[in-house]
Design a protein around this ligand. Structure first.
Ligand code: THU
Length: 132
């Protein structure tokens, strides 16, 4: 991912965060994924009165990418309103892993700090279809 692509990915995640639906937590999250063919797909968190049905921003973005025919994610950006960048939840790590275990992960909060890591670091020893 080029610095320009990273900047664009973060900008898209920040933009879609405004559409997050979070009446329960008031915690808005935006995510954007970059696919291997250069396309960007976005997702925001969508909460539900039946709390357990909440969909995280990262999983929304992955579903949008897959629905558009993408099968490989090379990078994901996640933006929250916390002062420091927050880490993706375990469920999202597992779903992201399905489409690019070596993907870059860019995490941003409301401050200037940017955490850049990889999914492999965030989710060591994943469960995969290879295990079945
Ligand atoms: N959330 C995400 O969208 N992504 C994560 O990785 C962690 C949590 C959302 C779910 C819920 O709407 C809110 O943040 C508080 O947990």
């Amino acid at each position: 991912m080029t610095p320009e692509q990273q900047e664009q990915l973060v900008a898209k995640a920040r933009e879609v965060r405004d559409n997050g639906y979070a009446p329960a937590s008031k915690f808005l999250v935006g995510a954007a994924v970059l696919t291997d063919d250069g396309r960007v797909f976005v997702g925001c968190n969508v909460e539900n009165a039946s709390y357990g049905l909440t969909i995280c921003a990262e999983r929304g973005a992955v579903c949008a990418a897959v629905a558009a025919g993408a099968r490989r994610v090379v990078a994901v950006a996640v933006v929250t309103g916390l002062p420091e960048p927050a880490r993706p939840c375990g469920a999202c790590r597992q779903v992201l892993a399905e489409f690019g275990y070596d993907m870059q992960v860019v995490l941003v909060g409301s401050g200037d700090g940017v955490v850049t890591t990889t999914l492999a670091k965030l989710l060591p020893e994943p469960f995969t279809f290879g295990d079945l």
